[in-house]
Design a protein around this ligand. Structure first.
Ligand code: SAH
Length: 388
């Protein structure tokens, strides 16, 4: 049932008309007796119909637009999940683990659905999608017939919506560990406790891309469970994978064994320190991969993040043999692509190195970026070649 109308300010109206799906608390002029999580009709200050949105009673993002039309179909949730699933048949063809529903990118704001073989992982990150969890489970079961559906509702953003943090079964069964294949590499994913929903699915295409450049001696910094390292090991001489998490390192070792890859060494170390040590020892690499966690989680953290990105990229370029590639990523939304490119240019200037840009990439295509909604473009991945 649709509630409202909720009336937004001129500024809010302009934002909706520009195609942005988020309206902040300060741009809501009137919202009377609305149920938290309800679908509401949205109107401008002079009564202009703007569309429909999920209403959040607690969060700074008060409205998340779901439709700009005159009417909203009763079956919108089902129709959109079905459309999202269909699009993955093109962009994730043949993949075992990938993102089925990516929030705003699938016109289902604050809803994430990931597929790991026969199992699904769901995140309902606002009151709007939380309120529709049961309906969503019915839809997913009907469309995909999964063996189990897990909710990984432990991201901290849920607290901003007044929602609790929880991990639990919504349907069927989900084992402790699941094996999934990315091309010819098998990974073991822990959907219950792993980072994100188990694996970094947003890097799926970049893992495969890295195989085109990895050769000789490879350093994979910020390795997690070896997303890049194991693919690189299929094509390169030897791989050193590094992560501060001892658990991740143990998983890399298990994954390497499972794939019969004897050329992977994994170390539990802080990459900032290790890059310095490797340099002091005069070690060199033919390929370096850097995929750090978001150094800038908020706007205030950008300055420090820029220093961090500059330092690791500078040190990586120094370790790199001429002719070798640096595959370098940033998943901080607040450090935009142009900023990241500037940081990389500054690192190259200081190295000093002459560097060409081989590829500029982003998150995998099953994590759609919405044009005009910069918040949906967070992952940047540059392939650089140190020419000299
Ligand atoms: N490249 C991985 C994902 C990396 S996520 C993949 O494609 O699957 C970032 C990883 O960096 C996390 O596993 C985290 O434990 C690790 N990390 C964070 N700070 C680090 C540091 N200072 N040194 C090394 N690893 C770090």
């Amino acid at each position: 049932m649709v509630e409202g109308p909720v009336v937004v300010s001129r500024k809010g109206e302009a934002r909706v008309l520009r195609g942005h799906p988020w309206i902040f608390r300060t741009d809501v002029v009137r919202a009377q007796a609305i149920t938290p999580g309800a679908v509401v009709k949205v109107e401008g200050p002079r009564g202009r119909h703007l569309g429909f949105a999920f209403y959040s009673a607690r969060s700074e993002i008060r409205l998340r637009m779901i439709d700009r039309g005159e009417t909203l179909s009763e079956s919108f949730l089902r129709d959109r999940v079905a459309a999202a699933v269909r699009w993955r048949e093109s962009v994730a063809e043949g993949a075992a683990a990938y993102r089925l529903v990516h929030g705003e990118g699938d016109r289902l704001p604050s809803l994430i659905v990931d597929r790991y073989g026969d199992h699904l992982v769901v995140q309902t990150l606002s009151q709007g999608t939380e309120a529709r969890k049961d309906e969503l489970v019915r839809i997913l079961v009907e469309l995909l017939r999964p063996a189990g559906i897990l909710e990984r509702n432990d991201p901290r953003v849920r607290a901003l919506e007044g929602l609790d943090q929880r991990v639990g079964l919504l349907y069927g069964e989900v084992p402790e560990r699941i094996e999934v294949k990315e091309a010819d590499v098998t990974f073991e994913a822990d959907l219950w406790r792993g980072q994100k929903t188990g694996l970094f699915l947003d890097q799926r295409e970049n893992h495969l891309m890295a195989r085109a450049y990895a050769r000789g001696r490879v350093l994979d910094g910020f390795s997690y469970q070896g997303g890049f390292a194991l693919h690189a090991a299929r094509v390169a001489g030897e791989v050193l994978a590094v992560d501060t998490s001892a658990e991740a390192v143990a998983q890399i070792v298990r994954n390497a064994e499972r794939n019969g890859l004897a050329n992977v060494a994994a170390r539990d170390a802080n990459l900032f320190d290790l890059l310095r040590e490797l340099h002091d020892r005069g070690e060199r690499f033919d390929t370096v991969i850097l995929d750090p966690p978001a150094f800038a989680k908020s706007k205030d953290a950008v300055e420090k993040a820029v220093r961090g990105y500059k330092e690791i990229n500078l040190r990586a370029l120094k370790l790199l043999e001429p002719g070798g590639c640096l595959i370098t990523c940033s998943c901080s939304y607040h450090v935009h692509e142009a900023d990241f490119e500037e940081i990389l240019a500054a690192a190259a200037a200081d190295a000093p190195a002459t560097v060409t840009v081989v590829e500029k990439r982003g998150q995998a295509r099953d994590h759609p970026v919405v044009l005009g909604v910069p918040e949906t473009y967070y992952l940047k991945c540059f392939v650089l070649r140190k020419v000299a």
